[in-house]
Ligand binder design. Structure first.
Ligand SMILES: [Ca+2]
Ligand SMILES: [Ca+2]
Length: 239
């Protein structure tokens, strides 16, 4: 029996032992599962060396491929995140822009209101509102009036007695009430019981705390709180 035949017999014995003893798999059995195609020749040492070389190369390639796959997975995750961000940005840009209020103002529909911290005469309050780009507030309807009185209740609740000027006066002609935008008071109003009474020439109007924030006329020279309004505007487009 020459050397090649001995090696072949030993190899066959090893395979048989590996198959009949699954609890003790030899290294050969494991290698055969990994890549049986490489065992092309057990006839001599040279063949085994060649097989080991091929196996080594295949394992190296496998490691490289696994690395590439991991890298691709990472890139895929990054791309998914980017797509998600871009989609959100597009959706945001597709939304119709809404008018907004300047800082310090609260919005009601398309109007913005600011409630003073300091007290001023009616004339000075009017000037302050105009200087801020607006005018004294005008509660021309029930909904606007309710919004303003609710705001006032939360802001000035600590004070026992106050008036909050808004933009309505009869200073030009007694008994003819005119809003700050020059339109006459017609239709809906919210005068307190017994008001307006022009008591000692009262020509300016505000929400009166002693009347549950219903309207009262007061002396225009009274220093008290006031409410300004301005229009809500569309924010500048961000290209
Ligand atoms: Ca009057
Ligand atoms: Ca009065």
């Amino acid at each position: 029996m020459n050397v090649s035949v001995v090696v072949l017999v030993l190899a066959l014995l090893q395979v048989v032992v590996g198959e009949t003893a699954p609890n003790n798999p030899g290294p050969r059995t494991e290698q055969c599962v990994c890549s049986p195609a490489i065992y092309v020749d057990y006839g001599d040492k040279k063949g085994e060396e060649a097989d080991s070389k091929v196996l080594y190369q295949l394992r190296t390639q496998l490691t490289l491929l696994q690395g590439s796959m991991e890298s691709l997975r990472t890139q895929q995750e990054i791309l998914i995140d980017e797509v998600s961000n871009l989609t959100a940005e597009l959706l945001k840009k597709a939304e119709p822009e809404k008018p907004v209020c300047p800082d310090g103002y609260v919005q009601f529909e398309d109007r913005c209101f600011n409630f003073s911290i300091e007290k001023k005469t009616y004339t000075d309050a009017r000037s302050a509102c105009q200087a801020a780009g607006g005018r004294l507030g005008m509660p021309k309807d029930q909904l606007t009036n309710d919004f303003l009185t609710n705001q006032i209740e939360t802001r000035y609740f600590a004070f026992s007695r106050y008036i909050v000027w808004f933009g309505l006066t009869d200073e030009v002609r007694e008994g003819t009430w005119v809003w700050e935008d020059g339109t006459p008071l017609i239709g809906w109003s919210d005068w307190a019981q017994g008001e307006p009474d022009d008591f000692f020439n009262q020509d300016c109007v505000g929400f009166g705390s002693r009347f549950g924030l219903k309207w009262e006329d007061g002396g225009c020279s009274l220093d008290t709180y006031y409410v300004c309004e301005t229009k809500a505007t569309f924010p500048p487009v961000d290209y």
